[in-house]
Design a protein around this ligand. Structure first.
Ligand code: SF4
Length: 217
């Protein structure tokens, strides 16, 4: 799969290191999510209302280290000034109850969209697996009820089984649990998750340090 990279300079600096392998594996996984979601959006016609962003308003993601590392690399390459401040624990929107990258005043809300975490990529378009391995799908709780009820056939915020989803949409959404399993396998020695505010500054510091060691600076 051809993957556009938002972190190509960082990857060059990390060339040959374990960190490069982790970031490339994350890029592949994120590209797979995007590809599956594009097919789901196209065939199902079920997408989030433009500019909604309610999922992040009171929500702070917790991250695997590999997710935090990707976010850190993306910030270092694309928003170096923000990365610098975050590495000192200074976030752009510290007053937020939820994610400190959520911008109330921007129509797109997420200020680190290209570096966002798994859960952020799944918002609004994912299914999960039940205990029996069947897919279950529940429209996002912030999805406007009036749009759901105007869907043909009408939908609600209830949970739909795999069979129902196939019948209604003719396609299944990406499955978040499968992707998390793949993510965990990227760095199986470190599968603990931590809140974004706690883990991200350390990831930025570590990646910056590995880059400087790799380049001999
Ligand atoms: S990183 Fe972006 S998409 Fe994810 S919770 Fe924060 S503002 Fe929302």
């Amino acid at each position: 799969m051809e993957i556009d990279s938002d972190i190509s300079d960082i990857l060059t600096k990390l060339s040959g290191t374990r960190e490069e392998e982790i970031l490339r594996a994350m890029m592949t996984l994120y590209a797979q999510i995007a590809q599956k979601q594009a097919v789901w959006y196209e065939k199902s016609g079920f997408t989030c209302p433009r500019g909604c962003g309610e999922c992040c308003r009171n929500f702070e993601p917790d991250l695997l280290e590999c997710e935090a590392d990707y976010m850190a690399a993306w910030l270092l390459e694309n928003k170096a000034d923000v990365a610098e401040k975050v590495s000192d624990g200074e976030f752009p929107f510290p007053e937020n109850k939820g994610c400190p990258f959520w911008n109330e005043n921007d129509d797109n809300h997420c200020s680190i969209y290209g570096g966002r975490a798994f859960v952020c990529r799944f918002f609004g378009a994912y299914g999960a697996k039940s205990k029996t391995g069947e897919l279950i799908f529940k429209p996002c709780k912030f999805y406007p009820a009036e749009i759901l009820s105007s869907h043909k056939p009408p939908l609600s915020h209830r949970q739909y089984s795999e069979g129902e989803v196939r019948k209604i949409f003719g396609i299944l959404p990406p499955i978040s649990t499968d992707t998390m399993e793949k993510a965990i396998s990227i760095n199986p020695d470190n599968i603990e998750t931590k809140m974004l505010r706690e883990i991200l500054p350390k990831s930025i510091q570590r990646i910056r340090w590995i880059c400087s060691m790799a380049s001999g600076n």
